[in-house]
Design a protein around this ligand. Structure first.
Ligand code: 6PG
Length: 235
């Protein structure tokens, strides 16, 4: 179903996608710096963005004016292999982008339930609305850490909730997590959904059809009408 809110960009391979998307992000961040002297980028974890980060960190930009943070985090030490903050700093926080300000979501609270408000407060330094929110998606239709089956999903997707972070414990999700809620993800000028592989394309196609957000939480992003969404896909 065509929509003026969702635009699809398909690439022959992940290298072509990474080059094109890194260039787009550079333009968005540059524009934001021109307007408000600072720019903000929210990134996701997982494997998909690694090649993009490798390209983005070499883009010429006033990186010292860019704030980078996360859409979600696994509640593990920030040095752990599974930590999104570690991934963000190691893969994006070098070369030219080393000058950016990186803000993580993990804090010393023992659980995400105890730490979620604190995670959100850490983001008070990051300019909002976010200039770009870069999301991934799992084959179960989760995005950020908004997982089907999570006890807090309905609260996290409540459009009338104030922007914030929610704790997430889902049977299918490895690790307890914290995630930006839908209101926080939509406090953005632009959302990019970056997905790769045929399986994710099919899930995305299902999610484009009207249906339950409990079944495919990414629907909440694809069917809202506040923020334009660009879908970047390669095999
Ligand atoms: C995370 C995420 C999550 C991720 C998808 C896709 O930390 O797990 O932010 O939403 O983007 O699970 O992960 P892959 O890119 O590894 O498939």
């Amino acid at each position: 179903m065509p929509s003026r809110w969702v635009h699809e960009h398909r690439f022959p391979d992940s290298t072509a996608l990474a080059h094109a998307l890194a260039g787009e992000l550079r333009v968005d961040l540059e524009e934001a710096i021109g307007v408000r002297k600072a720019a903000s980028l929210v990134v996701s974890g997982g494997r998909t963005p690694l090649k993009l980060f490798g390209q983005l960190r070499t883009e010429k930009l006033e990186w010292s004016k860019v704030w980078v943070t996360l859409a979600d985090e696994r509640w593990v030490e920030t040095t752990a292999e599974e930590s999104n903050e570690r991934m963000m700093r190691e893969h994006l926080g070098k070369d030219l982008a080393a000058d950016a300000h990186f803000v993580g979501l993990k804090n010393p609270a023992p659980t995400p339930e105890a730490g979620a408000d604190w995670s959100w407060r850490a983001l008070s330094r990051v300019p909002r609305p976010f200039d770009v929110v870069l999301l991934g998606m799992g084959e179960d239709g989760h995005t950020a850490s908004l997982f089907p089956g999570s006890m807090t999903l309905a609260r996290a997707l409540d459009p009338s909730a104030p922007p914030g972070c929610v704790a997430v414990n889902a049977l299918k999700a490895p690790h307890a997590r914290v995630s930006l809620n839908l209101a926080a993800l939509l406090d953005a000028r632009r959302i990019i959904l970056h997905i790769e592989g045929e399986a994710k394309w099919h899930v995305y196609q299902r999610a484009r059809m009207p249906g339950s957000t409990a079944e495919l939480p990414v629907r909440a992003v694809l069917h809202q009408k506040e923020v334009p969404v660009d879908v970047y896909w390669s095999p």
